[in-house]
Design a binder for this molecule. Sequence first.
Ligand code: SAH
Ligand code: SF4
Ligand code: F3S
Length: 452
Amino acid sequence: MKDKGKAFINTIGCQMNVYDSEKLAGILTAYGYEKTRNMDEADLILCNTCSIRHKAEEKAFSFLGRFAREKKKRPHLITIMAGCVAQQEGEKAFDRVPHLDIVLGTQAFARLGSHLDELASGKRRIVDTAESDVIFEAMPDESAFDETQVSKFVTIMQGCENFCTYCVVPYVRGREKSRGHESIVKETRALADSGIREITLLGQNVNSYGVKDGDISFPELLEKVSQVEGIRRIRFATSHPKDLSDGLIKAMGRLDKVCNHLHLPVQSGSNAVLKKMNRGYTRETYLSRISALKEACPDMALSTDIIVGFPSETEADFQDTVDMLREVEFDSIFAFAYSDRSSAPAAKFPDQIEEAVKMERLNTLLTIQEIYTEKKNAALVGRDVQVLVEGESQKKRDGFVTENKNMKQMFGRSESNKIVHFPSDQAVIGDLVTIRIENAYPHSLWGRPSGS
Ligand code: SAH
Ligand code: SF4
Ligand code: F3S
């Protein structure tokens, strides 16, 4: 393959974009590009974009916009807008970024190579936002590997049909479709063979995996992936409370490799708001799912997503969300101020909340959550946790022993996805070690190998 120069990829957005960017990198490598981490030396710049909130969208436009001057100096420079903003904007992307060469929608990734050919033959301003029922599949690309990486994402479905009223995803990612399980298992096996020890299965709502396309169910998929030798841990995201089945709760309890951690976005604690969001559950049904989980897996760590300032959210509605934090005691939360998306119905809802009120509610929520994050971390002191080793810590914690010069301070993540630092002269990247926790900090834990 002819040397086409260097390609730089900037990824904004969710885990799915991280996964897609690696596959896009694979296509570019096969096309003759060499990857670079230095955008100043790039001959091709691709930005994989996100439109979930206004800020993410602006980030994409401002990143790509800055190459206007560069393109005048180096006319051969190719700029590509890929992903969710590309899908949403189509032709309109040129209004704000006139120098773009390709606008590559979310279902057009597999056609990147042919669009580069068109560009080479003189075509300009290529837009591909066509829908496709074929899932973008490519086996792991070795060039995307960094030898210290132990964890990778594997997308198991595309699209979303839940139509939460605030959300742009159904409009930019299309209809829900599940990948065949054999291809998922094959990809997982290839990752395990190249040294990956942990995988995270991705979908907007993994609980409905296989329901529509009738392959196998999500708990069955977990079972199959668990059988892949070399993979030691399995995570998944995101679960939707309305589809969290007893079968999945049982599978989480039964399958050793599946981490004791569930990310279950609640979005709001108010029934009135949940209804307007079209979430399909009430605060009571959410709480009953949490009880079922805690009963089956008492050590289950929980995290969630919350939106504050949804149109017409009253102070009382917001208090219901605060109460939810107090009642569930999540290990961690991701909280967002509601952001108007013109393609989503909530943009037209009455009683939009002022930015200042949204910010105040966001800060209140984050401050309250700190209590529970610290409480959950403190509860681990004196207990043994299993840690997947990721590397040597950058910063040494107090208590680190230096008498033994072979001793290093290593770090990894617990099953509940908490960072754990520990001294060791033996642990290597990819090992699963048992660490007895001695100190809990707000955002990390510190301990020593159990029995040492
Ligand atoms: N499919 C997943 C995640 C989708 S996006 C789910 O159903 O949970 C990740 C998070 O972004 C959402 O959970 C939600 O909390 C947040 N989000 C989505 N649209 C938003 C908007 N318009 N404004 C603010 N936050 C939003
Ligand atoms: Fe968006 Fe709702 Fe689909 Fe999640 S489930 S991607 S929040 S529409
Ligand atoms: Fe963003 Fe698209 Fe993911 S909108 S959150 S990159 S699915």
